[in-house]
Design a protein around this ligand. Structure first.
Ligand code: 6PG
Length: 481
């Protein structure tokens, strides 16, 4: 009997929680999992007593759906998604909809959207953020793909999404892979936010010698102000968590893992020529942390200052707050710069304010701060850089004295602050009308006749100097990223 509103393939943590969330909103879901015993376990366990329908084959799943059929996959990104699409297509009709809700590389979504459109199937690739709890009670949902599919999934997605001030944290992002692209940048920003918090924690612990309980108090306080966010909240909870053996935090090996979305963001920034320095540093900080054995050896071999502090620790904690806040502004400014460039490059028509709204609740980077970003784009939808908005300019101006002190003190004490300091370097570079790239261009021209533009001539007009008096007249063409 065709009765379910949507089918869902993949009953891992995210899939199960999304299904239960849909069920709570009176959406009738049919589920399927490749290992079908998982369907039975789910139906006997968490799905017991709900309206969820368990199915044991793709045919049965598709056969249980209302038309146009909507099938959502919550499976491993990459080849697994392609293989499920291949299994589904023969059972679908024109106008049916396939949705991928995983952390998929946007170029795969571009390809699938086009290929399926040729077959008359409408494809959506959607970012979903918020982890297990978000999926269960309200994630942030960032759908993109074939725009014709949106009216068919809008109500379902918006009803299960997190709501902030009565607005769902879900809206149509854009064509093809735009939704998963925006989720990728979300994850890059997540990496940045996490690394910023780690640097603040490290500074307080190693630099100022603070204990867990004092640090917990500081983060709890910060969570009441401009840094109010999910990640500061969980950091506060982690610092306050004790079991029989003490603080679990202090037993965790300092080797960070990563699944690759931060790296994708960095690679894309290099491809598009956008200085996404903070996210880049946060990916590299994870890589450096993972070289634990080598670091242990190097710690014996390489010398540097031993952190010690004899100033006013309370005052310095205020500077660390400001360093975190200012760096966070830089990170989002850079992230939005990347999204803007991608929109231009890939021909996506993106609404930056609505992206901020989607991230305002439900997702891992949710914060009060995103409300300020939304306001900045409401005031000026074409804002080139968040730093050019009055609110963020004033915020950076107010925070920069403390930020500079933290970066300087970190260097002096030998405490690494890769994101605080790279953010500051970006800030000082961005506000420099003149940079030393004249020397760089001269060097390129000297060794490779790469030519340069002149300050006193129109842009694009190229010049070459015969620096050593023996070069020919032939100049290389310029090469832009
Ligand atoms: C989210 C998260 C999630 C991501 C994890 C792990 O928005 O819910 O971004 O999608 O997979 O945070 O990412 P890493 O293993 O790369 O840290």
């Amino acid at each position: 009997m065709s009765q379910a509103d949507i089918g869902l393939i993949g009953l891992a943590v995210m899939g199960q929680n999304l299904v239960l969330n849909m069920n709570d909103h009176d959406i009738k879901v049919a589920v399927f999992n490749r290992t079908t015993s998982k369907v039975d376990d789910f139906m006997e366990g968490r799905a017991k007593g709900t309206n969820i329908i368990g199915t044991h084959s793709i045919e049965e799943l598709v056969g249980s759906l209302k038309s146009p059929r909507r099938v959502m996959m919550m499976v491993k990104a990459g080849d697994v998604v392609d293989s499920f699409i291949d299994l589904l297509v023969p059972h679908l009709d024109k106008g049916d909809i396939i949705i991928d809700g995983g952390n998929e590389l946007y170029t795969n979504t571009n390809r699938r959207t086009r290929d399926l459109a040729e077959k008359g199937i409408l494809y959506i690739g959607t970012g979903i953020s918020g982890g297990e709890e978000g999926a269960r009670f309200g994630p942030s949902i960032m759908p993109g793909g074939n725009p014709d599919a949106w009216p068919h999934v809008k109500d379902i997605f918006q009803s299960i999404a997190a709501q902030v001030d009565g607005e769902p944290c879900c809206d149509w992002v854009g064509e093809e892979g735009a939704g998963q692209y925006v989720k990728m940048v979300h994850n890059g920003i997540e990496y940045g936010d996490m690394q910023l918090i780690c640097e603040a924690y490290d500074f307080m612990k190693r630099g100022l010698g603070m204990n867990e309980s004092d640090m917990q108090g500081v983060f709890a306080e910060w969570n009441k102000g401009v840094l109010d966010s999910y990640l500061i909240e969980i950091t506060t909870n982690i610092l306050g968590f004790k079991d029989d053996e003490g603080y679990p935090l202090n037993r965790i090996l300092d080797r960070a893992g990563q699944k690759g979305t931060g790296k994708w963001t960095g690679i894309n920034a290099l491809d598009l020529g956008i200085p996404l320095t903070l996210i880049g540093e946060s990916v590299f900080a994870r890589c450096l942390s993972a070289m634990k054995d080598e670091r242990v050896k190097a710690a014996e071999f390489l010398d540097g200052p031993t952190p010690s502090f004899d100033g006013d620790a309370k005052e310095f904690v205020g500077y660390i707050h400001d360093a975190l806040y200012a760096s966070k502004i830089i990170s989002y400014a850079q992230g939005y710069m990347l999204i803007r460039e991608a929109a231009k490059e890939y021909g996506w028509n993106l609404n930056y304010g609505s992206i901020a709204l989607m991230w305002r609740g439900g997702c891992i980077i949710r914060s009060a701060f995103l409300g300020n970003i939304k306001e900045a784009f409401d005031k000026n939808p074409d804002l080139e850089n968040l730093l050019l908005d009055d609110f963020f300019r004033d915020a950076i101006h107010n925070a920069q004295a403390g930020w500079r002190k933290v970066v300087a003190k970190g260097a002096e004490m030998g405490i690494p602050t890769p994101t605080f300091s790279s953010a500051l370097a970006y800030y000082d570079g961005y506000r420099s009308a003149t940079l030393p790239a004249n020397m760089l261009q001269a060097q390129r021209d000297y060794f490779g006749a790469h030519t340069y533009e002149r300050t006193d001539k129109p842009r694009g007009e190229m010049f070459h100097t015969d620096w050593i008096g023996s070069g020919g007249n032939v100049s290389s063409t310029i090469y832009d990223v």
